[in-house]
Structure formats: C-alpha cells, structure tokens
Design a protein around this ligand. Structure first.
Ligand code: PLP
Length: 374
C-alpha cells in the first residue's frame, strides 16, 4: 500500500466482476449451487486431476488433506524448512511433527539428498513444496516415498500451472493443495483447493470439509471430527473466471522473469546478484521473481528500493528459526536455508506488473550498486 510498484497485485477484470455479480443475482451464495462445483471441475481438470475439493484457504486445504489421509497425533512428516509457515502449521494442528530438511541453493526447494536421513519409523508422508513457483523434483520424491512406504503430498500453493517434463504439477502425489489468496497466481480473495485422482480420498475430503454431516441416515449426525472449511459461491464464481486466465497469467509471469533476467544479467555477471534458476525439466511459474544478494548488501538494497517507491519482501524465515518452532530443532543445522533467508529478495512479481515497471526496478537496483562504487 502506498508503493508506486507493489510486490504483488492481482488482475480483476470485467469478466471476474460479471461472474461474481451473476452469482450474487442468482441468490446461490453459499457453497451450494453450481459455482464451487464448476470451479472444482475446471481447476482440477486444468491440472489433469479427476477431483477438486475447494476450501476457504490454502492452509485449510493442507489441514483437510492431512486429516483426510488419516494422519494423526504422533505421526511425523518430512518437509522443507524453507517454506511458508502454513505448510508446517497444517501438520501442527493435528499434532504431527515435521522433520525438517534443508534447501537446495539452486532451486530453493528441498535438498532431496538429505531426505532419507530424516526418515524414521514414525514418518508417514513427504510434503513437497514447489517454492516460489519452481517445481520440486517429484520423480526423486516419489522414488524415496515408494522405497519407504510414504504418502506424498504437494504443497502447490505457489505453483499453479507449473510443470515437470511437460506435465502439470498436482498429480505427482496422492493430493496437492493450492491457495487462492490475493497474491497467488490466480485468486478468489481467500480460498484453497485440494486436487487428487483418488476417488475415496476426494469423497472423504468433501465430507470432512463440511462438518462430517449426514451419515447413518441422519443429517445432524457426526461420526467423525469435521471442519468448517467451505468456500463460498462468490469465491467459486471468481475462481471460475480466474481459472480461464491461468495460462495468460503464467505466460505473463514467465515473460516478466525473462525481462528481469535480461536486464539484471550484467549485474549477475559482475557477481553482485544471483538470478533465479530453472531446471531443464521444469517449468517455473515465478510466483515470486526473486534474486539473491550478498547479505552485506541485501537490506540496504531493499531500503534503497523502498525509497524509490518499490515494494519488496525478504524470503521466508526458515521454520527452524521461527520463534514457535525453533526450540524443537536446536541441535540441527540448515545452512542453505539460513543463507537463502539472509540473501533473498522478492521483487515485484504480480500479474499486473508492466515492462516499464520492471525496467524501473532493474535501473534502481543498478543505481544502488553504482552508488557503492563497485
Ligand atoms: C500461501 C501459502 C499457503 C497458505 O495459503 P493461504 O491461502 O494463505 O492459507 C501454504 N503454503 C504455501 C507454500 C503458501 O505459499
């Protein structure tokens, strides 16, 4: 707010307004009615999945997925320490401990060479996070999971439309959780969705999503602990119109990244910053366009950009450093995640970003380094 160039702003156009307005006029504004179902169908089939179960946030999607898979207190999961807090909180709500794994310095996803060392008899699942839009290497994740009999879940909150060898993420594990928060690649304001090819799991998620109503022939009869995680039809209607534009938004984010990469290449060649990476097998959707800068310069550069009206963000603080969680990981070291967290900057990345704005941001980054005389 107040910035000339915000770090992320969505595009809400007339087709979105029309879709939501029609929903309002129809009177079907709860989760019942056609809009949520249409959104679930369109979004899941876009990612090549049979079933979609919409929820009111990405966090509740993750929580619902873990609960519906039958994970419970005392179980453990493998997860990256370099992720957004909700990945781990969703497990915490169920009393599930996350065994954290350090990051890969190139792709910023989990360092898969360190996963097997963290698996023990209580481990039930691997949570793969496609961080900042770069897909995790799901082939390797699945190999490890198969060898140890583990369930695979994708936290795809930042990676709508990302691909691995030409196939969309979202069906490499048993279930994938997405977020539609306002800064994500498509948005419903707040919202989330689980997609899966597992029919029974989808049914169970639908049932637990809405209070586990109506088994045993009686509506107000609850055989299990359900949740109040429904998405409203207003949000579903926005989801339907936004889903039509995923390809456009992904293309936009990739062309923005390409322009950033071109304009920042001279600074990268001088060793002043590191550009984001894309594996040869991967389609990165650049949810955030991010760079790494030596920690000596990171905060001063962010301050310089702020003074120039450019909003930026630091990277996530890794989970093992979060005040709520740190006590559990005191004996462990995660040097790469620490380094990423100290060096990373998210530059303006939203769907509404223009070429002129990217040019201005890059010019100001150059001005900062020039002012240092290096
Ligand atoms: C945004 C995000 C979430 C949570 O989504 P909300 O809709 O904000 O609850 C979970 N995991 C990751 C990796 C995210 O980026």
């Amino acid at each position: 707010m107040g910035f000339k160039i915000p770090v992320s702003s969505p595009i809400i156009d007339e087709s979105d307004i029309k879709s939501v307005t029609e929903c309002l006029r129809s009177g079907w504004i709860s989760s019942l009615g056609k809009d949520v179902e249409n959104f679930e169908r369109d979004f899941s089939s876009y990612h090549g999945a049979h079933y979609g179960v919409a929820t009111n946030s990405g966090t509740t999607a993750l929580h619902l997925a873990l609960a519906s898979l039958g994970l419970k207190a005392g179980d453990q999961i493998i997860a990256p320490t370099f992720t957004m807090i909700a990945t781990i909180n969703a497990a915490e709500y169920l009393g599930i401990r996350a065994n954290l794994v350090d990051a890969n310095y190139k792709t910023w996803t989990m360092d898969l060479e360190k996963v097997e060392g963290k698996i023990n008899v209580k481990t039930k699942a691997i949570m793969a996070v496609h961080i900042y839009g770069h897909p995790e290497n799901m082939k390797i994740v699945n190999e490890i999971a198969e060898k140890h009999g583990l369930i695979v879940i994708e936290d795809a909150a930042e990676a709508h439309g990302a691909e691995i060898e030409g196939k969309k993420i979202g069906t490499f594990g048993r279930v994938a959780s997405f977020s539609f928060y306002a800064n994500k690649i498509i948005t419903t304001g707040e919202g989330g969705m689980n997609i899966t090819n597992d029919h029974d799991l989808a049914e169970r998620m639908v049932w637990l999503r809405a209070h586990a109503f109506g088994r045993g022939g009686k509506h107000f009869w609850h055989e299990e602990l359900g949740y109040g995680y429904r998405l409203s039809a207003l949000q579903g209607a926005l989801g339907v119109s936004q889903t039509k534009k995923i390809d456009t938004f992904v293309k936009k984010r990739r062309s923005n990244a390409k322009l950033y990469n071109e304009l920042l290449a001279p600074l990268a060649e001088r060793g002043l910053l590191t550009l984001p990476f894309e594996e040869s097998w991967a389609k990165n959707v650049y949810w955030m366009y991010s760079i790494l800068v030596n920690e000596k310069y990171r905060n001063p550069l962010m301050l310089h950009l702020e003074k120039s009206g450019i909003e930026t963000r630091t990277f996530f603080y890794p989970i093992h450093r979060q005040p709520y969680y740190s006590i559990r990981y005191t004996g462990e070291r995660f040097p790469t995640a620490d380094r990423l967290s100290n060096e990373g900057i998210n530059l303006p990345s939203g769907n509404a970003l223009t070429d002129d704005q990217i040019q201005y941001v890059c010019k100001e980054i150059e001005n900062y380094f020039n002012s240092l005389g290096i």
